[in-house]
Write a protein that binds this ligand. Structure first.
Ligand SMILES: Cc1ncc(COP(=O)(O)O)c(C=O)c1O
Length: 447
């Protein structure tokens, strides 16, 4: 690969930056390094690029920055925490922040999902949830339940547990057989639901795939069924009406745990704290990350029902470690401080309610793009929407070009293949939505 460097002009005098050493994640590195898209600052709804250009954030960074950028409350809380107590081993030692944040998260979760385990990312949260499910069945004498049911086109992060659950082929295809005993239901994107806004009318019957796996493998071998309430990274697949409720029924009937991966849906994206509340279905375990700290600190969490937690704890001898799992940075003081400050902002500014109020305006804007010739399909729920473009050339090429042109035209979002995901911060004003839709319209006309 050729040497690449960039003159960075964010401060005087300009400096030379070598682009060779940093291997960027989920990025075509050669393409990026030949045409870098650099960001130097962020505030509110905007980024600024290295040429001084203002870029509206139509993706909340990467579905994280729900409260908008540069929130001083969060920065100050993190700084205070690092000066007071920078680190404490989370094994055998405690600090108030992790207990307080766990309580505050439990106030937002549905049902009795009141036991909170901290991780550092969505991927770690997913792997943690898989281990909780296995430990639970083991504790209740059903250690044969080791299989997991996931779904085609699912995204559950990049660690080996999550990749094994994953149903996006490029995330799996070069990494061998992955974990055994994982099967995938069909995805829920159906042609007859094209251009549906909100929950599609068709497809609840796809939940019966879980029933078929029960018939094929035996419920006594299945630990849990993992789904994103809205499949996010693959392109905002909103669950068909009745689909999640049916999964819940089948799980209940067969003693299978239902796990919702709320890494994108959580913290107001759907207009409620979690997708679970928006769709009226309570899982047994929920994973979350991203919006938990507004993206200001890496953090993930798993919310576990009291029943599951108590069963695992009761099965261990008094005085013994009940769950042999945890990370050096589980419940890191700085991440907890960021989480608490973020949850304060959600509450004070009523951001979940605001998202619910703004969503119809946002979706009206997205649906105003329906008749553009490049647009192949639209999907959306709450403050999350997807625009599929007709492919041109290799699969994903047009989507990638769109994402680059949008950035050059002053808009940041994430594309996945030929699909653009739009997820503005929940603090957006109507004028920001208008600006996002205008930029999308103009740019879509030219790709
Ligand atoms: C549903 C879901 N699960 C897990 C993850 C992985 O999270 P992370 O990138 O923080 O590991 C993501 C990331 O987008 C996600 O959307």
């Amino acid at each position: 690969m050729d040497h690449a460097e960039l003159t960075v002009r964010d401060a005087a005098p300009p400096r030379q930056l070598s682009l060779d050493e940093y291997w960027m994640p989920f990025t075509p590195n050669r393409d990026f390094k030949s045409d870098p898209k650099m960001v130097v600052r962020a505030e509110g709804m905007y980024y600024w690029n290295d040429r001084g250009g203002k870029v509206i954030d139509a993706a909340s960074g990467l579905f994280c920055v729900n409260c908008g950028h540069g929130r001083k409350e969060i920065a100050e809380a993190v700084q205070r925490q690092l000066t007071e107590l920078d680190f404490i081993a989370p094994f055998l030692r405690g600090h108030a922040g992790s207990f307080e944040l766990a309580r505050r998260v439990a106030e937002l979760t549905p049902g009795d999902l009141n036991r909170i385990f901290f991780a550092n990312s969505g991927s770690e949260s997913v792997d943690t949830a898989m281990k909780v499910a296995l430990a639970y069945h083991h504790a209740r004498g059903q250690s044969g339940r080791t299989m997991f049911v996931s779904r085609e086109r699912a995204y559950h992060g990049v660690n080996f547990g999550g990749v094994s659950l994953s149903g996006m082929v490029n995330n799996r295809r070069k990494f061998g057989p992955t974990l055994p005993g994982i099967v995938h239901m069909r995805h829920t994107q159906l042609k007859e639901n094209a251009f549906t806004r909100g929950e599609p009318a068709h497809g609840a019957e796809l939940a019966e795939d879980l029933q078929r796996f029960v018939a094929l493998y035996g419920a006594e071998n299945i630990a849990a069924c993992f789904v994103e309430p809205i499949a996010g990274s693959t392109g905002c697949l909103v669950p068909p009406k009745g689909y999640l409720k049916r999964l819940r029924e089948i799980c209940d009937q067969h003693g299978i745990l239902l796990v919702f991966d709320e890494v994108i849906c959580g913290f107001g994206r759907t207009g409620k704290p979690f997708g679970a509340q928006s769709f009226g279905v309570t899982p047994d375990i929920m994973t979350m990350a991203k919006g938990l700290t507004n993206g200001a600190q890496p953090m993930g969490a798993v919310a576990i029902s009291e029943r599951i937690h108590d069963t695992i704890v009761a099965a261990a001898q008094e005085g013994a470690i009940e769950f042999f799992h945890g990370y050096t940075y589980s419940g890191h003081p700085a991440a907890c401080a960021a989480g608490l400050a973020t949850l304060d902002i959600y509450r004070k500014e009523g951001l979940f309610e605001r998202a619910a109020e703004l969503a119809p305006y946002f979706l009206d804007g997205i649906w105003s793009l329906k008749d553009l010739s490049a647009v192949a399909d639209l999907r959306g729920y709450g403050m999350l929407a997807a625009i599929d473009v007709h492919p041109s050339g290799a699969p994903g090429a047009r989507g990638h070009l769109l994402q680059k042109k949008l950035f050059d035209n002053g808009l940041h979002l994430k594309t996945t293949g030929d699909c653009a995901l739009v997820a503005p911060p929940l603090v957006a004003e109507r004028s920001h939505i208008d600006a996002i839709v205008d930029c999308l319209r103009n740019t879509l006309a030219g790709v």
